[in-house]
Design a protein around this ligand. Structure first.
Ligand SMILES: [Zn+2]
Length: 308
């Protein structure tokens, strides 16, 4: 009987391994979970625990806790090089990847100062380059069969994200600096084969300068520090703006530039005026309603009088 139980645990384990090869992770997870309940070889049980952690991580790659669980399992047992589906995974290399995944996720999820966040991402990028380099990432191979995702490529992606983060943050105080970061992000995106279109667009917008039509203040950063507001610029006005280094209107002369303080002041004042008219209208409607109600009452009374 003991022998049957012994065989049962290991059999379940082997079935789980087959299911992983067929990418049927949910059923595989159940088999591994059952393996732990039955008697069987300790080595297979240890592997079953690792497989469960790997399957969980595959279902949610953003969960820091999952990588920490794998890391803890790898530290407890000597797994050597194990198989996961079609991948052969050296445990020590996976341990490094787990550590880096935690550092990377902590950096990308960091919710604070943009420069600090950018620096954290750059530090993670450096680790990917130094510790993994041109070797393909096991996690990507295991879950996606992707062998193009190397440590170096991950480092470039993280650097691009870092400069995008710093660019979007810097533009508020220093548009030129913001544009420089976006330029760096764009170059990095191109290196990994992305179009980098969004970065290029942001870079151009941050670098573009305009002069407020209202107050005359020049400022860089279209869409951030100044915006184009529809208002056709014609005749003498159009001529006056021609040939100027910093324009006060859009290239097609269909909009004027307004700096954000002017734009906000006008918008806020317009809101106040609308609110006043809205309140007045409501008041007048209520008065009219009361008058109508009174008239209806008087008509009703007259009808009753006539019927008598
Ligand atoms: Zn202005």
């Amino acid at each position: 009987m003991g022998f049957n139980l012994f065989k049962n645990g290991d059999q379940l384990f082997d079935e789980g391994v087959d299911l992983v090869k067929r990418n049927d992770y949910q059923r595989a997870r159940e088999k591994f979970s059952d393996t732990l309940e039955k008697e069987g070889s300790e080595n297979k049980k240890a592997l079953a625990r690792l497989y469960i952690a790997l399957i969980d991580t595959g279902s949610n790659r953003e969960n820091i806790g999952y990588y920490k669980s794998i890391s803890a399992l790898l530290a407890q047992h000597n797994y050597g090089t194990f198989e996961f589906g079609l991948s052969k995974v050296p445990a020590d290399e996976l341990q490094v990847e787990c550590e880096l995944a935690v550092i990377e996720l902590e950096a990308t999820k960091f919710n604070g100062d943009y420069m600090e966040k950018g620096q954290k991402m750059l530090a993670a990028a450096q680790r990917y380059q130094a510790d993994i380099g041109d070797r393909p990432l096991h996690f990507e191979e295991m879950y996606k069969g992707n062998t193009n995702a190397t440590g170096s490529r991950e480092a470039l992606i993280l650097q691009a994200m870092a400069y995008e983060t710093m660019g979007r943050g810097a533009v508020h105080d220093d548009p030129k600096q913001g544009a420089e970061y976006m330029q760096m992000a764009y170059n990095l995106r191109r290196m990994i084969g992305d179009s980098g279109e969004d970065d290029l667009k942001a870079m151009k917008a941050y670098a573009r300068s305009g002069k407020c039509w209202l107050c005359g203040r020049p400022i860089s950063g279209e869409g951030i520090h100044f915006i184009a507001v529809p208002s056709p610029v014609e005749g003498a006005f159009r001529k006056a703006d021609e040939g100027k280094m910093i324009k006060s209107c859009s290239e097609d002369s269909k909009s004027i530039y307004m700096c954000m303080p002017c734009y906000n002041a006008i918008s806020n004042r317009a809101d106040q005026i609308s609110q006043k008219y809205y309140d007045q209208s409501i008041q007048q409607m209520r008065a009219m309603e009361a008058r109508l109600e009174a008239e209806i009452q008087s008509v009703r009374s007259s009808i009753i009088m006539v019927r008598r």
